[in-house]
Design a protein around this ligand. Structure first.
Ligand code: RFL
Ligand code: PHB
Length: 389
């Protein structure tokens, strides 16, 4: 098999890259180790930045998002039983975000790819990337029980944190931080208890209220990193959420039947550089942020937009200029998202070894954000997204 761009992984990064290349007349093949229904059901991100929404629209993948996605003009910060709304458009000159789940983005991109794009092979596991420093890099993969080789002009590792592509970037540097807590996430068949996301700081730990639709709630609780989700009965989860979201007014939390429950670890991670020869890393394959800033998927989108531009530029002009700039261009935005995600995480979570002094500082930081337009604008700008490229 031969193609121009060999893409490993059919998450949002790989699928969107294939779409952008297809629209520019560049052929690609996507190899995905899991089956289609697994990729379409994996519950993860929920928030699309304004820039991500624009990219999906321009790529011709925004039709259902525009019909079913929920535009959100703010979030609520909750602490000390008080509520504070951050008004995005007022603070950022009109920007907002969209609640449209990653599962739905992937479903839309998969449908487009299968209808009009190049090959997308499910249950095709990349085993290794070879020859990245040559003109003919190759992906060795296994599909339907047999090993095969995909010869490419370029290879892109969109294979997530646990993929194989990063191992083929030698002499890289990694920067990492793990947190001593994780998120217990649930999906529940109940209308969201608030019309915008609620980020709550509480002495018992962080809680987040999000949603998937007007009738489906997505909620998260900070839990110790080694938590087994089965130790948490549905009733215990609702009781704990209720305590952490408690306010002095008459706000109430609606309960409903749980349809999913799982624990996610939290880490910050960056691999530099994001390129070796003709191999590029994009999305979670190169960097991870804790989900508190809602940045992971949006970073993946920024990477592949930058890469698609570089590959199109190369095809049109023969110049490697943008390809050579790819890693540094992406990393500038990645580090801004790392900083914001770290700030939001340490602002809102209670570390198990936190001193009373540190706990009071968190509240002081929140009070600063909710009383200074400059501080609040800083949060609103970062949350609605940093420019791509
Ligand atoms: P993905 O989505 O992990 O996709 C990688 C794909 O590669 C496949 N793969 C392989 N295929 C072939 N051969 C191999 N050897 C392979 N190894 C792996 C995998 O099966 C998979 O299909 O990476 P990608 O495309 O870079 O996308 C990144 C995003 O998925 C991730 O950053 C976000 O989900 C993070 N995230 C959030 N991001 C946001 O922007 N906003 C949010 O609100 C948000 N909330 C979240 C999140 C992540 C969470 N979890 C579960 C980590 C909430 C949570 C709870
Ligand atoms: C989600 O809806 O899954 C979600 C929303 C905001 C976050 C993280 C996750 O910061």
């Amino acid at each position: 098999m031969r193609t121009t761009v060999g893409i490993i992984g059919a998450g949002p990064a790989g699928l969107l890259l294939a779409r952008l290349l297809h629209n520019a007349g560049i052929d690609s093949v996507v190899l995905e180790s899991r089956d289609r229904s697994y990729v379409e059901r994996r519950q993860r991100a929920g928030i699309l930045e304004q820039g991500t929404v624009d990219v999906l629209r321009e790529a011709g993948a925004g039709e259902r998002m525009d019909r079913e996605g929920l535009r959100h003009d703010g979030i609520e910060l909750r602490f000390d039983r008080r509520r504070h709304r951050v008004d995005f458009p007022a603070l950022t000159g009109g920007r907002s975000v969209m609640v449209y789940a990653q599962t739905e983005v992937c479903k839309d991109l998969i449908a487009l790819q299968l209808k009009e794009g190049g090959p997308l092979l499910f249950e095709a596991e990349a085993l290794a990337v070879e020859g990245a420093e040559t003109d003919r890099p190759r992906i060795r993969f296994r599909h339907q029980g047999a090993e095969d080789v995909l010869e490419c002009d370029y290879v892109v590792g969109c294979d997530g944190f646990w993929g194989v592509a990063r191992a083929a970037v030698p002499d890289g540097r990694t920067f990492e931080r793990t947190y001593p807590f994780g998120w217990l996430g649930i999906l529940a068949d109940v209308a969201p208890s608030h019309d915008e996301l609620v980020y709550a700081r509480h002495d018992r730990g962080f809680a987040l209220l999000s949603m998937r639709s007007p009738s489906v709630s997505r909620l998260y609780l900070q839990v110790p990193a080694d938590t087994d989700a089965d130790d948490w009965s549905d009733e215990r989860i609702w009781d704990e959420l209720e305590r952490r979201f408690e306010t002095d007014d008459d706000w109430t939390l609606r309960r409903g039947p749980l349809t999913q429950k799982s624990v996610t670890p939290m880490r910050s991670y960056v691999h530099e550089p994001m390129r070796h020869g003709r191999l590029f890393l994009a999305g979670d394959a190169a960097h991870i942020v804790p989900p508190t800033g809602a940045k992971g998927l949006n970073l993946a989108v920024g990477d592949v937009v930058t890469l698609a531009r570089a590959l199109v530029h190369r095809t049109a002009t023969g110049s490697d200029e943008l390809i050579d700039a790819y890693s540094a261009t992406c990393l500038r935005r990645v580090w801004q998202a790392e900083r914001f995600s770290y700030d939001m995480t340490t602002l809102l979570h209670t570390a198990p070894d936190a001193t009373p002094f540190e706990n009071r500082l968190q509240v002081a930081r929140l009070e600063r954000i909710t009383s200074s337009r400059a501080a609040e604008t800083d949060l609103a700008e970062a949350y609605t997204g940093f420019p791509i490229g």
